[in-house]
Design a protein around this ligand. Structure first.
Ligand code: GLV
Ligand code: MN
Ligand code: MN
Ligand code: MN
Length: 425
C-alpha cells in the first residue's frame, strides 16, 4: 500500500446506519420462499435479477454511477458515467446471489455496506488516491450454475478455468440468463481487470460460524480463506422394476451413490485428508419409488486451508469413486470441477482494519474463514482483506441466518474507516 494522503475537510464521511438497515431489510424480501422463510436467489435466476435491479436503483437514486460488465458484475462509483479510471480502484463488495433456502445476509450485506461506503465517500471520492468502488459479483454460490465465484473469476482473469459454455444443473446454457443480467458470454475477456487496476479488495461479510459470538468480539479480521474444490459426479446404473429385478445382478445407481456419499464423509472424518467434505446435492433419476435409479448426479465439496491436503483429498476421492464403480458395476464419471485454492489475506490491510477497530473502540480478533468468498479469487490480482461480523448462533446458508443490527452497522463503520485510511479519502 502507498502512504496515505490526508485532506482538510469539514466533516468526515459517516455511515448512515438507518439507511443501511433499511436496504438490508428491503433486499432481504427479494427471493423469499414463503414455505421455509428462507431466501432463494440462485445466481442468474429471476430473483437474483430482481435483487440486482434493487441495488442498481438504490445506487442511481443516490446519484451514483452504475455499470455492468460482461460477466454481469455490477460496479458502483461516484465518478460520472464513462469517466476513465484515472486511479487504481479500491474495490469493496461481495455477492447478491444466495444458496437455495439461505439467509438474507450472506453476500448481500457486504454489497450494501460497500454501497453505503461509496455513497458516504462520494463527495470526497475525487480527491482520493484510490477510487472507492462497490462491486456485486455474480454467482458466488454456484447454486444453479455450478461455477462458484463466476464473476470474481472473470474479473481476475481465470477465464481458462471456466467452461466455454457454462451449463446449469439442468443442462441449460448460461448465455441467455447472462444476457438478461446485462452480460455477454462471448465477451468475457472485456471484463478482465489488469492487476495494477485494483489497489485493494475489501469484503465485509457475516462470519457464518460461532467464533465471534462465543468470544464476544464484534469484528473478525480474517487471516486466511479456505480452499474449495467442487466436483460434479455422475453415476450410471441400470433402471428396472423395483419388484421384479432380483437383487443379484442389479446395478442400482442410487445404491452406488450412497457408497460414494459415505466415502466422501470418511475422507474428512475418519481419514482426515481435508478439513471438511460434503455431498450437498443429489439428483436421482427417475426418482420414482418403484423404479431402480439409473442415474444419480451429485456434488462433492472439499475444503482445507492447505493446498497439498486438498490435492491429496481429491486424489483419494477419485480413487474411492473407482472402487465404488468396481464394486457395484456402475459407471462413475467426474463431469465438472471447479477449484479455488486457499489464500492468505494481506498483512497491511489487516493492520488497517485492526487500527480502525482500535480507533472506533470495537473489540476484534483474528480468525480464518471456513467459507469461500470472492476475495479468495480477487487475491489473484490484488491484495485482499475481509472483515467479519458475528452470526447469531453461528448459523448461515439457512433461513434463520442473522446478525444483530448494531453489529451490521459497526461492520460498515469499520469498512468505511478502513477504506478511508487505505484510499486517503
Ligand atoms: C460459498 O459461499 C461457500 O463457502 O460455500
Ligand atoms: Mn454463501
Ligand atoms: Mn457469501
Ligand atoms: Mn460464500
Amino acid at each position: 500500500m502507498q502512504p496515505l494522503v490526508t485532506h482538510h475537510r469539514t466533516a468526515p464521511p459517516t455511515v448512515d446506519g438507518g439507511r443501511l438497515l433499511r436496504r438490508v431489510e428491503e433486499l432481504g424480501n427479494i427471493g423469499r420462499d414463503p414455505a421455509t422463510g428462507g431466501i432463494t436467489r440462485e445466481g442468474y435466476s429471476p430473483a437474483d435479477r430482481e435483487a440486482r435491479a434493487y441495488v442498481v436503483e438504490e445506487a442511481r437514486a443516490a446519484g451514483l454511477t452504475v455499470s455492468v460488465d460482461a460477466a454481469g458484475n455490477i460496479f458502483i462509483r461516484a465518478q460520472p458515467a464513462g469517466a476513465a479510471a484515472d486511479r487504481p480502484a479500491l474495490l469493496m463488495g461481495s455477492h447478491l446471489d444466495t444458496v437455495v433456502g439461505g439467509g438474507r445476509l450472506d453476500g448481500a450485506y457486504g454489497v450494501l455496506a460497500a454501497l453505503e461506503v461509496v455513497q458516504a465517500c462520494a463527495e470526497f471520492a475525487a480527491e482520493s488516491r484510490y477510487e472507492p468502488m462497490a462491486v456485486a459479483f455474480t454467482n458466488e454460490e454456484g447454486a444453479l450454475f455450478p461455477q462458484p465465484f463466476f464473476g470474481a473469476s472473470v474479473l481476475s482473469g481465470r477465464l481458462a478455468d471456466l467452461p466455454r459454455e457454462p451449463l446449469d444443473h439442468n443442462g441449460r446454457s448460461l448465455r441467455g440468463p447472462l444476457a438478461l443480467a446485462g452480460g455477454d458470454l462471448y465477451s468475457l475477456g472485456s471484463a478482465v481487470w489488469p492487476a495494477e487496476s485494483v489497489a485493494a479488495y475489501l469484503e465485509l461479510h457475516i462470519e457464518q460460524g460461532p467464533v465471534l459470538e462465543r468470544t464476544g468480539n464484534r469484528i473478525g479480521v480474517v487471516n486466511g480463506i479456505t480452499g474449495r474444490t467442487v466436483l460434479t459426479v455422475e453415476i450410471h446404473g441400470m433402471a428396472g422394476h423395483a419388484g421384479t429385478v432380483p437383487m443379484a445382478g442389479r446395478c442400482d445407481a442410487l445404491a452406488a451413490a450412497s457408497r460414494a456419499v459415505l466415502a466422501v464423509e470418511r475422507i474428512a472424518s475418519e481419514r482426515d485428508l481435508c478439513r471438511v467434505a460434503t455431498v450437498g446435492r443429489l439428483v436421482i433419476h427417475p426418482n420414482s419409488p418403484n423404479t431402480i435409479a439409473d442415474r444419480v448426479r451429485l456434488t462433492v465439496d472439499l475444503r482445507d486451508t492447505v493446498a497439498s491436503r486438498m490435492d491429496k483429498a481429491e486424489t483419494a476421492l477419485r480413487q474411492e469413486l473407482r472402487n465404488v464403480a468396481r464394486q457395484t458395476g456402475a459407471e462413475i464419471e467426474v463431469v465438472a470441477r471447479t477449484h479455488s485454492g486457499p489464500v492468505s489475506t494481506n498483512a497491511d490491510l489487516r493492520a488497517l482494519i485492526e487500527e480502525s477497530c482500535l480507533k472506533l473502540g470495537v473489540p476484534y480478533e483474528s480468525l480464518p474463514s471456513g467459507a469461500g468468498h470472492d476475495a479468495q479469487v480477487v487475491a489473484d490480482i490484488a491484495p485482499v482483506a475481509m472483515i467479519f461480523v458475528p452470526s447469531i448462533g453461528g448459523a448461515s446458508h439457512v433461513p434463520h441466518e442473522d446478525t444483530d443490527p448494531a453489529d451490521l452497522v459497526v461492520g460498515a463503520e469499520v469498512l468505511l474507516h478502513t477504506a478511508l485510511t487505505a484510499a486517503g479519502v
